[in-house]
Design a binder for this molecule. Structure first.
Ligand code: NHX
Ligand code: ZN
Length: 700
């Protein structure tokens, strides 16, 4: 076992798993077990004790030849006949009793008799016969001596069988210990029986994956679309390692680490992979959670091991994905004491990062989607000096990402990448990859030869809104409520100058919602009070419509109300958009509230905020109702159209309401749809709004 531990390389070499380890431990244990079992079953003798069955005829002969040493009667059932050592080695008929080493043997004959009396009688008879034969031609004195000489007396012995003698419980015990052994191994290995890097003997070893010249990584910077700035930064880091002289000649120091920060799916890991593919240096990759183990001290020792190996291979790059698993700020909830181990790991990481000279040629890349919760010590100069922001892609970048993912697809000529990228605000790179894949699957299901525009638009809808559920049973009354709710959203948003431009309204159930009004939000960096206000009014349009039309409200507005409430609180407490509360923000971007319980304002302010939020939402609701009552006939028309067609588009709304006169140049043009069907993004579920700068950076 020792040997294998030493041969095992400290770091897994790019998937080249050593199969040897997998075998060895089990071989050793298997052999030990077999030996143990053998000893148990053979009664502990190694000397080759054997028992040979024999007949009375043979026994009779042995007695008459005076070869018998002793006779044991076992359990009154059989006799064991032992032969004199001299005879064994001299007479050929006892050859099989002999030992190879020439020492006295333990082998014997077994004669199974019917009854003990019968055996005794036969035995006496035989012994008598033997004596008589001996006396032939002897003097009377000698005869007497011979006749009176002692004979071999059978000695009775009692012998329990293996099973009677506790053998069964012994077997049970062995089975039990084998089971325990297997269980302990499983626990330590935490994997399917395998050894490898996860085995007991490699606890303190880091689990980093090593990519070097021999490992093929088929991701290059060419495959990373968009992310131009991030790419540039990362390429610079690669250059630091390739031509360190260029930078150190002027007295500069090479940075130690860079942190890739950005929302999920934006390509942080992809970027790191590209670095691995492009940098002609060893690249260690691991995830922050790989350091975590349930045993104390393992994380720290893994960090140490990782850095030791990295230093041996310098210049090289270490990539730690999801670093928040270990890098979360220390000592926040000290009283739990449960995160001691994580803190040790982090401390080790901090010391290692500062522990080597700045030009030792090890650069650490790390990725996280929550930089603000990381420990400040990790972010200080000298550790992760650089933060590379990897944001959600904008239109041009989405176009580039689409082009990458469309490469392997068989496309119809009409597929318009620009249009697709316009229709996908707020999508991450991963989402776009998903759209392309989903579109191909949809086209395949429709038995098409190539993927068409419609497949892409349906894929986008599906990713935003979830699966269409046309089979859901909806009663006519419910359908009416749903239609009026959605028509309410559509009407109100149409009449408001700053509301997002509407694209389509549907009452086909999709995902968790029964209906939705889809908007195409403008991609903007900041949002004005007017825009937020109009959005709130439009969102309340659904509930308002229910009240105006039916005089009765439903639970259906849950999502809308949730969204509005959050937005109103954000306006009042975070963005300083309320007169009474004032130009204050209680937003905390540092994420390190000293007092995680309680709010950073007084009870009085709390009440004021609540009151102002209520006032704000009430006003918006009244406004929505007012718009709907004054446009009641148009609302009815729209709802009717919706009940008939289930999906209506911007044009249908325009036909009812007339053109939206403030649309000139304001919103994005949406008339250039290639098919009459114009699928777009929504507003009802709030997924898309994530990119227009309001709710996204506000904690819920
Ligand atoms: C439900 N969902 O879950 C149904 C399926 C007004 C026509 N009961 O605002 O889909 O009603 O503009 C428990 C109780 C969600 C859980 C009530 C989860 C209500 C979407 C709200 C359309 N479009 N609302 C919208 C919608 C709904 C909901 C609930 C719940 C509706 C509305 C959900
Ligand atoms: Zn709604």
């Amino acid at each position: 076992m020792e040997k294998q531990t030493k041969q095992q390389p400290p770091l897994r070499n790019g998937g080249n798993n050593n199969k040897r380890i997998r075998f060895n431990i089990y071989w050793v244990y298997g052999i030990l077990l077999l030996v143990f079992l053998y000893l148990q079953l053979t009664g502990g003798g190694f000397g080759g004790t054997r028992a040979y069955d024999t007949t009375w005829y043979a026994v009779d002969k042995m007695i008459k030849q005076d070869d018998v040493d002793k006779i044991l009667v076992v359990n009154n059932a059989s006799a064991e006949i032992y032969i004199k050592t001299d005879s064994v080695y001299q007479k050929p008929e006892y050859e099989k009793l002999r030992n190879a080493d020439g020492h006295s043997n333990n082998s014997f004959y077994v004669y199974k008799f019917l009854t003990i009396d019968d055996f005794q009688k036969k035995l006496e008879q035989a012994q008598m016969d033997a004596k008589c034969a001996d006396t032939v031609g002897k003097s009377p004195a000698q005869k007497k001596q011979i006749m009176e000489a002692p004979v071999v007396e059978p000695e009775p012995v009692v012998r329990k069988s293996f099973w009677e003698d506790g053998g069964f419980s012994m077997l049970l015990w062995i089975l039990f210990s084998v089971l325990m052994m297997v269980m302990i191994f499983r626990m330590f290995n935490r994997g399917p029986m395998g050894g490898g890097a996860g085995s007991v003997f490699n606890f303190g070893k880091s689990k980093a994956q090593l990519y070097d010249k021999d490992t093929r990584v088929n991701v290059t910077f060419k495959d990373v679309a968009g992310l131009d700035e991030a790419k540039e930064e990362v390429m610079e880091i690669v250059d630091f390692l390739k031509n360190p002289k260029r930078y150190t000649n002027l007295g500069g120091k090479i940075p130690k680490g860079a942190l890739l920060v950005g929302p999920p799916g934006t390509g942080k890991t992809l970027l790191a992979k590209a670095v691995a593919g492009e940098a002609q240096v060893p690249f260690f990759s691991m995830s922050g959670s790989d350091f975590v183990e349930m045993f104390v001290g393992v994380g720290a020792s893994r960090v140490r091991d990782l850095f030791r190996t990295a230093k041996e291979k310098a210049p090289c790059i270490i990539f730690i994905d999801e670093i928040d698993a270990i890098g979360r700020a220390r000592g926040k909830n000290a009283f739990t004491g449960a995160n001691d181990e994580r803190e040790n790991t982090l401390n080790q990481l901090l010391t290692e990062m500062d522990g080597f000279g700045s030009n030792s040629g090890v650069i650490i890349l790390a990725a996280t989607n929550r930089a603000e919760i990381l420990d400040k010590a990790l972010l200080r100069a000298g550790r992760f000096d650089r933060q590379i922001n990897v944001d959600l892609p904008e239109m041009e970048e989405r176009k580039a990402i689409f082009n990458v993912h469309l490469r392997p697809l068989k496309l119809a000529k009409e597929v318009d990448v620009v249009f697709l990228s316009k229709q996908t605000p707020g999508f991450s790179g991963a989402d776009i990859a998903n759209v392309c894949n989903e579109a191909a699957l949809i086209a395949a299901r429709r038995n098409k030869k190539e993927v068409e525009m419609k497949d892409f638009l349906d894929a986008i809808d599906r990713i935003v809104g979830g699966l269409e559920r046309r089979s859901k049973i909806i009663s006519p009354e419910e359908k009416r409520v749903i239609a009026y709710h959605e028509a309410g959203h559509a009407s109100v948003s149409w009449m408001l100058q700053y509301a997002n431009p509407l694209v389509k309204v549907t009452i086909v159930p999709r995902g968790k919602s029964l209906g939705a009004a889809w908007y195409l939000p403008e991609e903007r960096q900041i949002t004005t009070v007017e825009q937020m206000h109009d959005e709130m009014v439009a969102t309340l349009g659904g509930r308002a419509s229910e009240e105006v039309v039916f005089g009765r409200i439903s639970t259906g507005a849950l999502n809308d109300l949730e969204k509005v409430t959050k937005q109103a609180y954000a306006m009042v407490a975070y963005f300083g958009m309320n007169k009474e509360v004032g130009t204050l923000s209680y937003y905390d971007s540092t994420g390190e509230q000293e007092y995680s319980f309680g709010k950073p304002y007084s009870e009085k302010t709390s009440e004021l905020i609540d009151k102002e939020v209520r006032k704000m939402v009430d006003a918006a609701y009244e406004e929505a109702k007012e718009i709907l009552t004054s446009n009641r006939s148009k609302l009815d028309q729209l709802a009717k159209l919706l009940m008939d067609k289930e999906v209506i588009f911007r044009e249908d709304v325009e036909a009812v309401f007339g053109p939206r006169f403030f649309d000139e140049g304001g919103g994005p043009e949406t008339s250039s749809n290639p098919e009459s069907e114009n699928h777009e993004k929504e507003g009802a579920e709030g997924t898309v709004e994530a990119n227009n700068g309001q709710s996204s950076d506000v904690p819920a």
